[in-house]
Write a protein that binds this ligand. Structure first.
Ligand SMILES: C[S@@+](CC[C@H](N)C(=O)[O-])C[C@H]1O[C@@H](n2cnc3c(N)ncnc32)[C@H](O)[C@@H]1O
Length: 215
């Protein structure tokens, strides 16, 4: 459907986003500087981008997603963003070229259990490339620890994901932290969120200054 002909009721909609946007927003208010530049991966319906851009008006929020979600994102922004959001961009974590930024924050919600596990390192590599030194990667969603689910509802969700598509599934923080470490992203926080979700926070290690050697 052409985005200019879409109405609010036609927009892709996630009830979960409506429930989680406020608690996530409270965390973003704490973690982000007023003028942060944020790159969102897998923006989905765009509900987060619209809400956070209104909650954090000084923040520059660049939403991206794979090709199939772009029309819905554009349509939502045209109807709801009131000029606060730039055009969303097409980005698959497999792409060689990412928006160069640099960005202060890379934000992604509910993507790691959806994209095939083998693509997860690409998300971490891409984030590490486009973040400024000391920039943050924020990953919202359900995670397990050392093969153990943190709640029975997450275990059931994991089973249902894997039945839907064997490439989906709740990821283990052990593997996530290993991938992050491989690209210089240091875990700095693990924030409990409603409904047994978490926000994993990673900071890009500062690159040591390469001063001229004397003598
Ligand atoms: C469950 S939706 C989450 C959408 C939104 N972030 C939210 O919290 O509602 C999963 C998202 O991951 C995105 N995704 C899946 N594979 C991807 C990939 N290879 N690169 C970028 N995004 C991907 C999907 O397009 C989709 O928008």
């Amino acid at each position: 459907m052409a985005s200019e002909n879409m109405h609010e009721s036609d927009l892709p909609f996630s009830p979960a986003c409506e429930r989680n946007k406020q608690p996530i927003g409270e965390v973003l208010q704490r973690l982000l500087a007023d003028d942060s530049r944020v790159l969102e991966i897998g923006a989905g319906t765009g509900q987060h981008a619209v809400y956070f851009s209104s909650l954090l008006p000084g923040v520059e929020w660049l939403a991206t997603d794979v090709a199939e979600n772009l029309a819905g994102l554009k349509a939502r922004f045209a109807l709801e963003s009131r000029g606060r959001l730039p055009e969303p961009l097409q980005l698959d974590v497999r792409d060689q070229r990412w928006p160069s930024g640099p960005f202060d924050v890379v934000y992604t919600a509910n993507t790691l259990h959806i994209m095939p596990f083998e693509l997860t390192p690409l998300l971490f590599q891409g984030a590490a490339r486009v973040l400024v030194s000391n920039g943050l990667l924020l990953c919202y969603g359900p995670f397990m620890d050392q093969g153990v689910h943190t709640a029975d509802s997450n275990r059931r969700f994991d089973v249902s994901l894997r039945q839907r598509d064997p490439e989906m599934g709740i990821r283990d923080t052990v593997e996530i932290f290993r991938m992050a470490d491989a690209v210089g992203l240091q875990p700095t926080d693990d924030i409990s969120m409603p409904a047994n979700n978490r926000i994993l926070v990673f900071r890009k290690k500062a690159t040591p200054a390469t001063g001229r050697q004397s003598g």
